[in-house]
Design a protein around this ligand. Structure first.
Ligand SMILES: NC(=O)c1ccc[n+]([C@@H]2O[C@H](COP(=O)([O-])OP(=O)(O)OC[C@H]3O[C@@H](n4cnc5c(N)ncnc54)[C@H](OP(=O)(O)O)[C@@H]3O)[C@@H](O)[C@H]2O)c1
Length: 241
């Protein structure tokens, strides 16, 4: 194995790291305010280094505009997809939805509060396990037939927090309720407890409220050749005593 450092902020290091590489798995950056320019740098460097195929971990959302709560995440994905399509490189887009693994972070200490308190309204979100997305990614990278294709790495069903509360109630025997405050009420409640307001978190919840996260697909199942882990099974693993 050969490890070469390529920094998304350092163009020459990227060209050097990509030299001799045919196929690149490009994982979207974590530096949200700067990642659009980082991604442009990565794609330019890939082209200069002679990379033939870029597989990119994009985001899954229904519709997004600059005024959408998802824009903080979506902007870099939308631009990167566009640049890739115009680049002349072969590409595969893996549009990742929210990891199911992150759900407990969104609903907080629900066994203590017995309430899910989030401004997601009746909006639904489609979730898949990170391990199942990773397995699908590995399948795409190690098999043929994926050139210039787009896959949606999301669940086959979308759920609202009413459903999540119902499942946890069944699993634990506690009556878990779901309350959807307004955005302002929610922000106030976080301020009062002295917690910061993570804008990435808010963006996902508000986008869900607007229906932008309600997007389902059988792509992962087709790629890994089995049924996805259902939400209820995942929740049983977390909340069953
Ligand atoms: N779909 C979802 O639910 C979901 C959830 C979380 C994250 N994400 C997205 O997935 C992507 C990765 O997030 P993560 O949570 O997996 O992050 P992570 O564990 O911190 O991994 C980020 C990776 O990127 C590398 N990296 C960071 N800055 C870099 C730079 N300037 N140049 C080159 N490499 C750099 C890191 O390298 P080192 O290990 O060397 O630091 C690390 O390998 C992000 O775009 C994030 O928005 C999606």
């Amino acid at each position: 194995m050969n490890i070469i450092l390529g920094d998304y902020n350092d163009y020459p290091s990227l060209v050097k790291a990509f030299s001799g590489i045919d196929k690149l798995l490009f994982v979207s950056g974590t530096d949200l305010p700067n990642r659009t320019s980082q991604h442009e740098r990565v794609l330019n460097a890939a082209k200069e280094a002679g990379v033939k195929h870029v597989t990119y971990t994009s985001g899954a959302f229904k519709t997004v505009t600059p005024s959408s709560p998802f824009w903080l995440f979506a902007e870099a994905h939308i631009r990167t997809e566009q640049w890739l399509k115009e680049s002349g490189l072969n590409y595969t887009l893996l549009k990742n939805g929210l990891y199911m693994d992150y759900l407990p972070y969104f609903i907080g200490n629900v066994l203590e509060t017995e309430t899910i308190y989030l401004p997601a309204g009746n909006g639904k979100i489609s979730l898949a396990l990170r391990a199942e997305m990773a397995e699908s990614t590995a399948t795409v990278l190690t098999s043929e037939g994926h050139t210039n294709k787009t896959y949606h790495f999301v669940g086959t069903e979308a759920y609202g927090y009413e459903d999540v509360a119902g499942y946890i109630s069944e699993i634990t025997g506690k009556a878990i309720s779901y309350i959807s405050p307004t955005e302002e009420e929610f922000r106030d409640s976080l301020r009062k407890t002295g917690q910061g307001i993570p804008e990435e978190f808010m963006g996902i919840v508000l986008a869900q409220a607007q229906g932008d996260a309600d997007i389902t697909s059988g792509d992962i199942e087709k790629l890994i050749g089995r049924t996805l882990t259902p939400l209820k099974t995942f929740l049983q693993g977390i909340y069953k005593a």
